[in-house]
Each structure stands twice: as C-alpha cells, then as structure tokens.
Design a protein around this ligand. Structure first.
Ligand code: ZN
Length: 327
C-alpha cells in the first residue's frame, strides 16, 4: 500500500483521513527568538499548548495536517517530533525555502556560475531532506515549498523555484507554492513549473483562495494544479463568506477535485512578538485549526456544496497529491 512520510514515519495514504493541507505548528525565527524572545517565548508552555490544540482539532475529526514550515518560517524538526509523539495527528513536513525577494547569502555564492561553482546546492539539500531525512532526525520531508509573491520574480526567487522544480522532477515529491491571490501569481507558477517539466497535478497553488476571480481560479484548475483554499480565518485577506461563495461556485462548476481546504494557522507565530495572543484574537479571531470544522463546512453545505464534494476536498485530493506515480 502506498504511504506518505510524516514526522512519526510512513503513514498509509488510506489512513490520512480528513486533512488540512496548509497549517503551521509554529512560525518562529530561531534568530529572533534567541535574541529578542526571552519575554515571550516559553518553550515548554508552547509545546504543551500545541499538543492541546492539535488534540482538540483531532477530536473534531481532523487526522492530518500538512505543514509547509521551511527555512524562512523557522523549521525545527526536533520540537515537532516532541509534539508528534504526544498527539494522534499526522504531521507531514516540507523542505524548500520561504523567501519573497532576496536569496539567502548562504546560497548566493554557491551554485552554478557563482563564486563556488558547484551543482545547485538547493537541489542537493532539498533532495537529502526528502530521501535521507532532515538534519539527522530521520524525519523525511514529503513535499517542497517555495514562494511567488509577485508575478515577476527576482533572480534569487526564480532560482529557488527552479531548484524546487528540479527536486520534484528528481524525487517525485509534490510542491506547494505560496502565491498572491491579488497579484494572481499562480500563473507564474504554472509557467515556470511547466517549463521545468513538473507534473502540474502535483502542484498546490497556496492561497489561491484569497482570490474570488473565477476566471483566474478556473484557468489554474484547467492547467491541472490544486487550488489552496487555505486561509480560512484570515478575513483580512478575503472575508470568510466570500471564500465560501467562491468554493461553492467552483464546486458547482465541477471543480471540487481541484480544491483543498485549510487555514494557514499556527499555534504560535512570532510576527506579533509579546502581543501574539491578543493581536491574533483582535485581528483574526477565527484563525485557528477548528474554524473549518466548526463554521466553514456547515456554511459550505448550506451553500449547496455536497458532503461528497467536501470529502473530495478534505480526503481524496490530499491522497491524490501525495500519491507517487510508479516509476
Ligand atoms: Zn503558510
């Protein structure tokens, strides 16, 4: 039977169950925490809080989260392993690089045509995370992540995207790309990944659901990619009622097989520092792991989306995304 790698090891695809396709456990810059976090970061309390939040979500029927926290968002697998050992939730982790503009210096001088002229070191690093495991933990990444915040990419961001694409071609691991709904940069992903020979059915266009432009969303779905309707609770970017309406219209046109649902939430994100809990409660009270089960699924059903279409988006599409083609 086919499996996918999780923090606790391989999981049968048929056991993934209801899956949230884009959630973070923590978004946390190590350098930020080490220098300025002493008044707001409590490792033990935050680990316990994450376990409690995941277990509460699990009690409502979600069995798996897909966590695209890579370098740039604070990936630290030993902490996630502690949490995964104390929750039944499957946590699937990623490799790649989260950068909007500038290539990290740690890759800028290494690679084809640079000072240290070696094969693309990102492909080497990402591939090792997928095939051998991440940083000696034995935990394998199951998918790739990169960013296309704007339609025109900086040279560094394009190099990252092409390294992600080449790692996909070499390993078969699927890709999640952060895009901008307002800038419709999912088109850039389709173009660049197409040029690199990526199987577009293995690409999830993150944050497509920030857009309500049905022409844009349909164009992407026809190209074969999965649409990440993945920021429920972030009403600042697109109100929840609009997100629901857009999904209902896309489903009515036959595109349930092209959409997945998620919140892009986290148990802690260090963007708000000491004001984390208050800032989040004030700005985005529904931005948590249980908003979809509590509020969004009932709203979708009330909008004419069928339970079978919900199962397609929550269970079948994630399985298809993680199913490797026989080679
Ligand atoms: Zn995210």
């Amino acid at each position: 039977m086919a499996t996918v790698e999780s923090v606790r090891g391989p999981v049968e695809l048929s056991d993934l169950g209801q899956t949230l396709m884009h959630e973070h456990v923590f978004v946390l810059s190590t350098e930020h925490v080490q220098n300025y976090g002493s008044d707001w970061w409590d490792e033990e309390a935050r680990v316990a809080d994450a376990i409690a939040k995941l277990n509460s979500m699990h009690a409502k029927g979600i069995s798996t989260i897909v966590d695209p926290t890579v370098w740039g968002l604070g990936r630290y697998i030993p902490r996630i392993q502690r949490i995964a050992a104390q929750t039944p939730v499957n946590i699937i982790v990623a490799t790649g690089l989260y950068v909007y503009e500038e290539m990290p210096q740690q890759y800028a001088y290494r690679g084809p045509g640079t000072l240290i002229d070696i094969p693309e070191p990102m492909v080497t690093d990402f591939s090792r995370d997928i095939t051998e495991g991440i940083a000696g933990t034995g935990v394998k990444a199951a998918f790739l992540k990169c960013c296309m915040e704007t339609p025109e990419l900086s040279p560094g961001v394009e190099r990252i995207a092409r390294a992600v694409a080449r790692t996909h071609v070499a390993t078969g691991a699927p890709i999640t790309v952060h895009t901008s709904g307002p800038h419709q940069s999912g088109r850039t992903a389709v173009r660049i990944f197409g040029e690199e020979g990526v199987d577009l059915t293995k690409v999830m266009i993150g944050h497509a659901g920030d857009s309500n432009d049905l022409d844009y969303l349909t164009e992407l779905a026809v190209a074969g990619v999965l649409l990440g309707m993945d920021r429920f609770g972030l009403d600042l970017f697109n109100p929840g009622a609009e997100r629901v309406k857009t999904i209902a219209m896309m489903a009515a046109q036959g595109y349930a097989g092209s959409m997945v649902l998620s919140h892009d939430a986290s148990c802690f994100i260090d963007y708000f520092g000491a004001a984390h809990d208050e800032a989040r409660a004030a700005a985005a009270p529904n931005w948590h792991y249980e908003h979809i089960t509590d509020d969004v699924l009932p709203a979708l059903l009330a909008s004419g989306v069928t339970q079978a279409q919900i199962d397609t988006m929550m269970i079948e599409n994630p399985v298809r995304y993680f199913t490797r083609k026989a080679s």
